[in-house]
Write a protein of this length. Sequence first.
Length: 207
Amino acid sequence: MAKQTSSGRWKQRQARDPYVRKAHAEGWRSRAAFKLQEILARERCLRRGAVVVDLGAAPGGWSQVAAAAVGEGGLVVAVDLLEFEPIPGVRFIRGDFCDESVIAALRSALGGRPVDLVLSDMAPNISGNWSVDQPRSMALAEQALEAAEELLKPAGGFIVKVFQGEGFAELVRTCRGHFATVRIRKPDASRAESREMYVVATGRRLV
């Protein structure tokens, strides 16, 4: 009997996942949409008319949730290296958010409006080697935090995916030095076996 490939196991898991089926049924681009929905419901850190920047936004599930939350008077600007189909209420910039040209394009898209919330659900391309994947994940989270510090208005918020392991506690300590409140969340839609956690930081301090 042929050994099942990792791709085959992933497809089977996706087919069995109730959040994947629910996302398809409700028109969300990824199951990750439910993670952000739960975080926003618990933390109440996003209001109508707010301005949101979504880093590493593809395929767009978080941008969909954010756009629905802020409404027509709000603004969501999504940034990713990958292209994705347009989303009503979302302005998209393709590129690396660490590049100065992309930051300039982002500021132009914001049109001078202050940023209320920066989101990052980014993860590296998984190699399967935890000693490689974990540092890559933490590097993305740290880069997202640097972008948030540059973009956020006073009292703004930051939500970022991180993986428990080396560098996790240090990132949380850094967030606590820059935000009034920092909480760690693992939404119900996050798979139990996954090490992913979400740092929810609100009340940005000027330091």
